[in-house]
Design a protein around this ligand. Sequence first.
Ligand SMILES: [Zn+2]
Length: 202
Amino acid sequence: MARQREKNSTDDYRTLNISALNRKGLLRAGASFQWEWWRRGEKVASIGIAIENRHGMRLRYRSSRYNSEPVQHDYPVTITWTPCHLGGERPWFLCPSCGRRVAKLYNGGVFACRHCMRLNYPSQQANKGDRALNQAWTLRHKLGCDAGPFDFPAQYISRPKGMHRTTFAKRIEKLARIEEKAMADTVTAMQKLGIRIDGITH
Ligand SMILES: [Zn+2]
C-alpha cells in the first residue's frame, strides 16, 4: 500500500487530479493506496483509492458534514484514455455525476466535476441559488485570495498585509458562515441533479 502526500498544496485541497496520480505511476491495476491532502504540516483529508483496471478505480472514504455522523463512501469512477500529440496516452476521469471527461474531480461529499460542483466564477453564475457562493468569491477577492470556497476553507486564507488582526478575524468568521451556506446550497443543487450527497469532508 502506497501512501501519497500532497504537501501544502492549497490548490489541490479536495481536488483529485488524475494527471497527478498518473505522474506518480499509481494508475496500475491492483494498486491500492491512500491519497492525502496536507496543509501547513497538517493532514486535512484523505481517501482510499483502489485501481481495479485501466478503466476504473474505486474511491473509499468517510465524510461528515458539520456535526452529523460520518458516512462511508465506496463507489467506482471510470477512467478513460486519449492519445497525446507527442505519443503516449493521457488519462481522464469520467465525472461520476454527469459523465463529462475531466482531469479533476472536486469533493463535495462525493467527487464530481467542476460543472456539477458549480465551481464557476461569480460572473458566470446567473443563478439566484448561487448567491452565497457569489458572496464568498467576492469576500475572498477582497481578502486577496484567488482560490474559491471549494479549494480550501476560509480559515486557511492568509491575512493581507496591513489588515488589523481583529478585522481579519471578523471577516474570516463571516466568510466561513457564508461558505457553510454555499456548501449547503451546492449539496441541495446536487441532490436536485439526482446525486445522493451525504456530507462534505473537512
Ligand atoms: Zn460532472
